[in-house]
Design a protein around this ligand. Structure first.
Ligand SMILES: [Zn+2]
Length: 210
């Protein structure tokens, strides 16, 4: 919906400022501003207020809990096959029916931690759900947000990095979005942490086309 407004904004029929005297002027200024800043780059930088370090052991423990639960389940299945459970007087289906959901639950709970634990120590940071994770040489994991200042005229917003909308996925995995103006002030995000103002298609993925 707001995308449509953006597109129509160029034919001067939309009152952006909300006042009769100011509307034409503010529309023209906005158009000039858009053209002038289209080549302006922004640099996403680590927001020091969000920076924290967590011991890598924390994530390793969590991953180990999962592998142990997986091992127990595998043992249970093996014991069942070998008839050991029956021999020991256990009710076979009950044992497996209890073990499997527990294992699945632990898999779910430890999913994020296992992802962090699996990161390589390569001086790169990896994005997951709004934050960046980086394995440090000392074994710790640095967690932080990356942000930039919005360069649209008069905008005091902060650019946060969010997943790209579905229709932009082939070309963009992440995009920058203004904290104040949302989808009206959006930017690319490249691997060097640089972004340029760009409009994106926020409509949902087409369902019945083709
Ligand atoms: Zn902005």
């Amino acid at each position: 919906m707001s995308n449509d407004n953006d597109d129509n904004g160029k034919n001067n029929s939309v009152d952006i400022s909300g006042t009769v005297t100011g509307s034409n002027i503010s529309i023209n200024q906005n158009q000039d501003g858009n053209q002038a800043i289209s080549d302006t780059e922004i640099e996403y930088k680590i927001d020091e207020n969000t920076y924290r370090e967590v011991s890598g052991e924390t994530y390793k423990k969590s991953a180990n809990v999962f592998y142990i639960s997986l091992g127990l389940l595998a043992l249970g299945v093996l014991a069942d096959f070998a008839g050991i459970l029956a021999y020991l007087g256990f009710n076979q289906p009950v044992v497996l029916l209890v073990l499997a959901p527990i294992c699945w639950l632990i898999a779910k709970i430890t999913e994020d931690d296992r992802w962090v634990n699996g990161l390589s120590q390569d001086n790169k940071s990896y994005y997951r759900e709004g934050s960046w994770y980086e394995k440090l040489p000392n074994g710790n994991v640095a967690i932080y947000d990356k942000r930039a200042k919005c360069v649209y005229p008069r905008c005091e917003g902060t650019i946060n990095i969010v997943p790209a909308p579905p229709r932009e996925r082939p070309n963009h995995s992440l995009i920058g979005k203004c904290s104040l103006c949302g989808v009206q002030h959006t930017y690319t995000v490249d691997y060097n942490g640089i972004g340029y103002p760009q409009k994106f298609d926020w409509r949902p993925q087409p369902q019945n086309i083709r």
